[in-house]
Design a protein around this ligand. Structure first.
Ligand SMILES: CSC[C@@H](O)[C@@H](O)C(=O)COP(=O)(O)O
Length: 380
């Protein structure tokens, strides 16, 4: 393992079940990633092990954070942006040298983080924002640099929680009392700074006094729906049941689903949405059965520089995630030796299939290039 700023890589410190952060910005009993007081350690819940093992790990080096993002200990578009920002804070803590040396090492750390996962634009968005702070504070003393980057990374984190709450309130208005809502993958507190995007809408509907039942599609191959969405909603006292991905059509045909709400990894300028593989199929089925299909995402997920879904890079992950099933720390092969597997991690849902996009800037409905552009920050 290479190391930014020199020195021997420090092994991951395994911690237990209790949240090691005294005041998590997630505002919840659990969080995807937090920067510890003192700005020298990042704590993450290892999401690959949930729900069987609830284990927080503490990292002190940017390489460990980059590895956690690519191996999906931390996952979900906003959460990986936040984790990457925290990774840069750790990198800065190892750089004692001049302005030039600092800028050079930070660029190396930025590159390492930037190549971890390609689809969620929140990663590049957070790193771009941190890069502006890096340029501004490069001439300051090492300790001041760490503090300034820590403050910026924490701002990215708390703004994301606020964005989730704002879009949650907008989306909740379109959730009927007594509705059964289908969601795919995990777009919850685990995937964000806290509260969640799609699950934020569900939480806000519940907080507004509505009775909501959630069907969580299991989301092969890594089972984010069965493992993570079920875990966090159940913990929160929200009624949740899991169905396999292959049951969605039949449940819709039998009138057992009232609406669909999902998150996003990237929203293109024309309104096309990249999200976890399987989302497109759910959207097609929703259209066929006349069921509203909504998306919730912060503005950091909107990529106006990307013309359409065809231009969104789709991450291809390893075959082993399909050929094997992981349970806690064990793994079982479910395919014969010698048979290849495909693993595109995301797909694109065309804007025409989407009733509404909820963001902290407002709602785009129907979702089109025009309704999206109306929410864009105006140029100075
Ligand atoms: C608020 S999270 C939105 C998306 O990032 C989520 O739906 C998703 O597709 C996550 O994919 P993952 O591969 O688990 O990182």
């Amino acid at each position: 393992m290479s190391s930014i700023g020199g020195g021997t890589p420090i092994p991951t410190l395994k911690t237990g079940r209790a949240h090691p952060h005294p005041e998590p910005l997630s505002g919840s009993l659990f969080s995807a990633a937090e920067l510890m007081p003192g700005d020298r350690h990042v704590v993450m819940l290892d999401q690959r092990l949930l729900p069987r093992i609830e284990r927080y790990e503490i990292f002190s080096r940017v390489e460990q954070v980059a590895d956690a993002i690519s191996t999906m200990k931390v996952r979900g578009a906003p959460a990986i942006g936040i984790a990457a920002a925290y990774g840069l804070v750790l990198a800065a803590g190892f750089i004692e040298g001049s302005r030039e040396r600092f800028l050079e090492s930070m660029q190396t750390a930025d590159k390492l983080l930037r190549r971890t996962r390609p689809t969620a634009v929140n990663l590049a968005w957070a790193l771009d924002r941190m890069a502006r702070t890096v340029a501004r504070i490069a001439g300051e003393a090492p300790i001041q640099r760490v503090l300034a980057l820590g403050a910026e990374a924490r701002a990215i984190h708390s703004e994301d929680v606020a964005a989730c709450r704002a879009m949650g309130a907008l989306g909740a208005a379109n959730v009927r009392d007594g509705a059964t809502v289908l969601t795919h993958c995990n777009a919850g507190a685990l995937a964000t700074g806290g509260y969640g995007t799609a699950l934020g809408v569900i939480r806000a509907a519940r907080d507004a006094g509505k009775k909501i039942r959630v069907l969580s599609a299991e989301t092969r191959p890594l089972l984010q729906g069965a493992r993570l969405t079920a875990w966090e909603l159940h913990k929160d006292g929200i009624q949740v049941e899991t169905i396999t991905d292959s049951m969605v059509a039949s449940f819709m045909a039998r009138g057992l689903i009232d609406q669909v709400i999902v998150g996003a990894d990237r929203v293109a300028r024309n309104g096309d949405v990249a999200n976890k593989i399987g989302t497109y199929g759910v959207a097609c089925l929703a259209q066929l059965h006349g069921i509203p299909f909504d998306v919730a995402a912060p503005w950091s997920t909107v990529d106006l520089a990307c013309p359409s879904g065809a231009d969104i890079p789709i991450e291809q992950r390893g075959e082993r995630e399909v050929s094997h099933v992981s349970i806690g720390e064990s793994e079982v092969q479910i395919m014969p030796d010698g048979v290849r597997a495909h693993n595109p991690s995301f797909d694109v849902t065309p804007f025409r299939l989407i009733r509404a996009l909820y963001t902290e800037r407002g709602t785009a409905s129907p979702l089109t290039a025009e309704t999206l552009a109306r929410l864009a920050p105006s140029l100075p």
